[in-house]
Every structure is written in C-alpha cells, then in structure tokens.
Design a protein around this ligand. Structure first.
Ligand SMILES: Cc1cc2nc3c(=O)[nH]c(=O)nc-3n(C[C@H](O)[C@H](O)[C@H](O)COP(=O)(O)OP(=O)(O)OC[C@H]3O[C@@H](n4cnc5c(N)ncnc54)[C@H](O)[C@@H]3O)c2cc1C
Length: 407
C-alpha cells in the first residue's frame, strides 16, 4: 500500500497547475459566456501535452498513463469548473487511446498525431434519439457499397460537434453503427474511426446542428445526420461486429477521466465555499463559526477525499492493465472501478455544489457568484453524459452479484 503519487506524477501536476492557472483560470468564465474554447488555447494545451496522454509517443501521444491523464482531467476541471475544457481534455485522452488499441495503422497514423498536438478532435458518437442507455439497440446503419461503408441515421447529444466540424481543421468520433442485423443486437455493431473533417473539408453525406444546452457552453453538444457518409474499411476499429466491446472498453476509460474532471470542479466549489464561510460575517461572526455551515463542508471534504481515492484507484487499475500490462489483470477487471468512480464522483460533485451554493446564499444564483456555471457543468453528468447513473449501478451490481442475475 502506498498512497503517494510518484515523483513524475507530482511534477506533472505541478507543471499542469502552473500552465492552467496562467492560461485557463483567467479565461474560464469567458469560455462559458462566449461558448468557445479559444483555438489558441487548444493548440497550447496540445503543445503542453494535455491530449492523448496514454497514447505512445510513436503514435503522436505523450507516452504517459491513465493516472497522468486523470491528474490532467482533475486539474483542468478545477481551473475550468464549467467543465467545457475538461470535457474536451477527457474525450481527447480516452477515445484516441481506444483508436490506438484497436485501429488500423493507417487510421492511427492519420488521426492520433493531430489529436495529440491539439489540431484535431476525437470523441465518441454512440447516442441516438431513441435512447442512449440501450447501446445494443442502436439503429444507425453502415453497409458496404462498392468497397466503402455508407452510414445512415442520426446521432444526438454528441460532444464536440462545433469543435470538430467548425473550429478545428480535423475532427471526428469513434462512431458506433449497425453492420449486422437488428436481431444480432450488440453483436451486430461495428466501431469506426469517423474522420468527419479532414484538412478543413467536411465529408459528404453529413449534416449537423448544435443543441442549445443549459450549461458547459464552452464545448458544444450536437446532432449528426448521416446521409450516406462514406467510411473506408481501414477506419473499422476492432473488426466488424466487435463495436460494442470496443465502445464498452472505451467507456470504462472515459468514465475514469469524467470522474477525475468532476472531482476537480467540485474541489474548486468546495474551496470557494470554505473561503466564503470565513469571509461572510453575520450576527457579528464569520458564518464558519456556525456548525450548520461548517459541518456540511467538513462532511463533503471527507466525501471528496474518499471519492478521489476511488477515482485514482480506477486510474491505477487502468495502468496495471494497459500501461504496465501486469499479468492476470484484464480490461474486464476495470468495469467495477470505472462505473463506481463515475457514479460516486458525479454524486459527490452534485452534493458539493448544492452545499456550496447554500453557503453562498443568493450570490450563488447570479453569474457573478460563478458557482452556477460549475453546477450546470457537472449536472451534464447527472443528466446522462458518458452513461446514465442508473447504468453505472447496473454495471456495479453486475460485478457484485453476477451479470447473469442483473438485467
Ligand atoms: C451534455 C451531454 C453530452 C453528451 N455527449 C455525448 C457524446 O459525446 N457522445 C455520445 O454518444 N453521447 C453523449 N451524450 C449522451 C449520453 O451518453 C446519454 O445521455 C446517456 O447515454 C443516456 O441516454 P439518454 O439521455 O438517451 O437517456 P435514456 O437512455 O433515454 O434514459 C432515460 C432514463 O432512464 C433510465 N434508464 C434507462 N435504462 C434503464 C434501465 N434499464 N434501468 C433503470 N433505469 C434506466 C436512465 O438512467 C435515465 O434516467 C451526452 C449527453 C449530455 C447530456
């Protein structure tokens, strides 16, 4: 047992904090207000090694680990509590790694260096209008026509549509589509590295629109209408019919970073509430002197610490599997920790924001109070982003009781 980060990890956190406190902290409110992460900032973050952290250097990544990626996601969440920049960061660490694991050499060579350097976006396109939780029931279809897959159907609530298709010159998603029969359910799905925009041009057969979300405005959420968009077979990730398994492995990795970003944002909110409890004087003393104010903060500090341990245990487990490749630890062993981290981190963050806003009182209900921007950011994960909370409970219950007993 050793509850310390390595020297390399500590140094990484220090350098990330130094960069973010100068480059991101002064901008985060305007990122939310203007609904835009500046392109220069994305580029700068790419140069500083914020993206594709676990991807080996020879593929354009940083040759790091999931622990380092979690540190980056946590710190970005802290320095942009609205979560926009954190979402950009966590997507562009987890999904490029899945491409690295299962993509063709050509697809990896084309996409990963662009993402790693901040010149390209690579997220996940799974959800459809009939319901995101039932991945095995998705309907977007892809079939070979003259040696090229043509994709038809609609993807909705997809993060990064504007960033991928308008802001940057290159962007796309790991897209899940049905290549088999509907009756084949999850076995009929294939994952594609869908490079929707390349060198400034958007692929034919793709229309898109941006949704009007209530928070985390700095990163867009949109709709992809696929009207025969072509995807060459070299962009199949993991083989035809293996898409469900590829995506589930990716969701495990993404959920660890989602959890890390949430605890970063929540740490910021808790610190704000603690400061305010010292400064706000009522009845001739700071409100921190009232146990009705200090006890909830104390309880949440404990919850945050416990959640942080869980999240970093998940990242450490991912490193045992993917980075250190320890014998006897398999991707399947990650499911419990990844789902538990996302479930717990989102609940903890929600409670921290609720209490922080009560601690601030009416000021928290104004934009100047700033907490509202963070609250609406973490709320995206309560509403469903990267998997509904109930689905996390199914995964944990399945690992606890046995998948065959939990449906
Ligand atoms: C801001 C934001 C960004 C997103 N970005 C992306 C993205 O980049 N890519 C992407 O693919 N998707 C994205 N999503 C979509 C996200 O993956 C879905 O919200 C999620 O999968 C849930 O799907 P749904 O919203 O359609 O809810 P539904 O699946 O319709 O579920 C509705 C409710 O039913 C509950 N429920 C469903 N099934 C069960 C069950 N068996 N037992 C008990 N309860 C159940 C759920 O918990 C939920 O409360 C994003 C969502 C948001 C809010």
């Amino acid at each position: 047992m050793d509850f310390t980060f390595t020297r390399e990890e500590e140094l990484f956190r220090e350098s990330v904090r130094e960069f973010l406190s100068k480059k991101l902290s002064p901008l985060w409110e305007s990122i939310d207000e203007r609904s835009l992460i500046p392109t220069d900032l994305i580029r700068d973050m790419g140069s500083q090694g914020f993206f594709a952290i676990p991807v080996p250097e020879e593929y354009g990544g940083q040759g790091g680990s999931f622990t380092l990626a979690a540190i980056a996601a946590e710190e970005v969440g802290y320095h942009d509590p609205s979560m926009a920049t954190a979402v950009y960061t966590l997507l562009n660490n987890s999904w490029p790694y899945v491409l690295y694991l299962y993509g063709s050499e050509e697809a990896k060579g084309e996409i990963l260096p662009l993402v790693g350097s901040g010149r390209g976006f690579f997220g996940i396109a799974s959800t459809e209008p009939q319901g995101g939780s039932d991945v095995a029931g998705l309907r977007v279809s892809a079939s070979l026509e003259g040696g090229v897959y043509r994709v038809y159907g609609e993807k909705i609530y997809i993060s990064g549509v504007r960033e991928a298709l308008e802001q940057l010159d290159n962007g796309g998603w790991l897209l899940l589509a049905r290549t088999g029969r509907v009756e084949d359910k999850h076995r009929g799905l294939t994952a594609f590295a869908f490079a929707a925009k390349r060198g400034g041009s958007i692929v034919e057969g793709l229309e898109y629109s941006i949704l009007n979300t209530i928070g985390r405005h700095g990163i867009s959420t949109g709709i992809l209408n696929l009207k025969g968009a072509p995807i060459e077979p070299k962009y199949v990730v993991g083989g035809e019919g293996r898409g469900f398994y590829v995506a589930m492995e990716g969701f495990n990795l993404a959920r660890i970073l989602v959890a890390a970003a949430n605890i970063g944002s929540a740490r910021w909110a808790l610190e704000e509430a603690v400061k305010w409890s010292r400064e706000r004087v009522l009845f001739e003393r700071p409100i921190a002197s009232f146990q009705g104010v200090s006890f909830p903060l104390a309880e949440l500090a404990v919850e945050l610490e416990a959640t942080k341990l869980l999240v970093y245990k998940a990242a450490w487990t991912a490193d045992r599997i993917y980075v250190r490749k320890e014998p006897g630890v398999k991707p399947r062993d990650l499911a419990f920790y990844a789902a538990a981290s996302k479930m717990k981190a989102v609940e903890t963050s929600f409670k921290i924001y609720e209490t922080a806003m009560k601690t601030f009182g009416a000021l928290s209900y104004t934009k100047e109070g700033r907490l509202g921007r963070g609250f609406l950011g973490i709320l995206s994960y309560m509403a469903g982003a990267e998997g509904a909370q109930n689905i996390m409970k199914y995964i944990v219950a399945g690992e606890l009781i046995g998948r065959e007993h939990v449906r």
